[in-house]
Design a protein. Structure first.
Length: 137
């Protein structure tokens, strides 16, 4: 007997994050830069955490960085991920200075380590949403 695997949950989109998700559909990973002090920020936020300015611009990140920290998931927290274990969840520091969390793909979870060079890859789970993940650079 086999049990159907449910669909994976998708990110919740808001008015603050919609332009970010529009960017991923074009193959761009957009980060915000404060128009007043140039501090980068991610995820999208209405206010700069450095100077409290509400003015910002969106710029595409290069898509490269290093693993800041990670964990390996050996047991699916929800049934939708049952076929993926074991897999690594990584917190990546992009070259622009912001930290981004996602899954590591295209490598064994046991090979992931702090300081590992990585790059973004695109994973479209549905027609209207393109997800991002990381792979070894
Ligand atoms: Zn600022």
């Amino acid at each position: 007997m086999t049990t159907a695997i449910p669909d994976k949950p998708l990110p919740f989109r808001t008015s603050w994050t919609q332009s970010f998700w529009d960017g991923t559909k074009r193959g761009e990973f957009l980060i915000q830069r404060c128009s007043n002090c140039d501090t980068p920020r991610f995820p999208p936020k209405p206010v700069c955490s450095n100077c409290w300015s509400t003015d910002c611009r969106e710029v595409p990140a290069a898509g490269t960085g290093t693993v800041y920290t990670f964990t390996v998931q050996y047991r699916a927290g929800v049934p939708a991920f049952a076929n993926d274990v074991p897999y690594a969840i990584v917190l990546v520091e992009l070259d622009e200075g912001v930290r981004v969390m996602s899954d590591m793909v295209n490598c064994d979870a046991e090979q992931v380590h702090i300081g590992m060079p990585v790059k973004l890859v695109w994973d479209p789970p549905s027609e209207d949403l393109t997800m991002y993940k990381f792979e070894p650079a």
